[in-house]
Design a protein around this ligand. Sequence first.
Ligand SMILES: Cc1ncc(COP(=O)(O)O)c(C=O)c1O
Length: 400
Amino acid sequence: MNPNPKVARTPWTKALEALERRSRRRSMRRVALDDDGRWVVDGRPVIHLSSNDYLGLARHPAVVEAAEEALRRWGASASSARLIAGNLEPHRSLEEALAAFEGTEAALLYSTGYMANVGVVSAIVGQGDAVYSDALSHASLIDGCRLSGAELRTYPHADVDALEAMLAEDEASGKFRRRLIVTDGLFSMDGDVAPLAELAALKERFGCWMLVDEAHATGVLGEGGRGSIEQCGLSGRVEFIVGTLGKSLGSFGAYVAAERDAIEYLLNRSRSFIFTTALAPPVVAAAHAALEVLESEPERRERLWDNIRRMARGLEALGAETLGTTTQIFPLLVGGDAETMALSDALLEAGLFAQGIRPPTVPKGTARLRLTVTATLEADEIGRALDILGEVGREQGVIR
Ligand SMILES: Cc1ncc(COP(=O)(O)O)c(C=O)c1O
């Protein structure tokens, strides 16, 4: 309700109208489960190709049971920040398990991946420092860079030569004290993997640190599901690894893994860690159980990769443009914002949930559907999804 009737249209209404005119107004779809556990979106039963629960652990019996047990034992809240009274046994034991998983000395939980990226970057670099970011790094990394006060240098996506030139120039100028390279390991909207081996070689040559955000890579890439760092053979060479608990780990929250003193430093200086209530015990216990399943049931990752290959073959047969992805994230490039949302709506109508992604999440002119494949999809669901995509995509002129 407008509390000031003299002002006919508030600035918010006008801003929303402007977004609407540009096909950029966002709204949330209603996502529900029917009694048989199937997804229902905006009232329609669907094949769900928009989930980040890549291994299907959010509803795994061991994960649900761990959350229930923690709920009964510890209650629904940690009731305080970690440094006040919220440092409970589930937090401590999950951090130990995460450090062992990542092969680092220590790990520190954050309430979200957004808060981890913002809180880590802004604590470890500041004025007088430089931070080098891939142009497609996640918004939370970019916000961390901005908040830090360090000079932000953005290199074109995955362009190692451009980064090398920037590093060499800044080295020659001697302008900066500390230097940090930040990147997603697996890019969330494009599905490609960062050229980590080349980036690590550069950071070692130029004496920088490196932070890799493994949000979408954990559980998917690498022999043991440890992510892009493991896949690229860089274990032990990356100073800061950020991981999230809300994707393959089926729960909620995030962590940074690093050497012990770096973690102790963050505990003392990282504002988004210090000034917030600790994660609730049930989500911590759920993530811990999910980590154990991730390690003990590698067949889930194998199923995921079978599904990824099945989807890749099908999309190729349809002649769909997927920006050369090599992972579980399939961007289906459309271009225009309105066209993208029209396609997403038409697919939903036909029983396929594939969310449309527009700027500023992706660069202007590259709006797309973001299809994600999970381990729990059945082969015939992928087959039906491809049929729907082919039919609706042709009708809408996106697939020829
Ligand atoms: C690459 C990347 N990093 C960080 C985040 C933020 O994680 P969270 O959802 O836990 O805040 C996301 C998305 O959610 C992401 O895609």
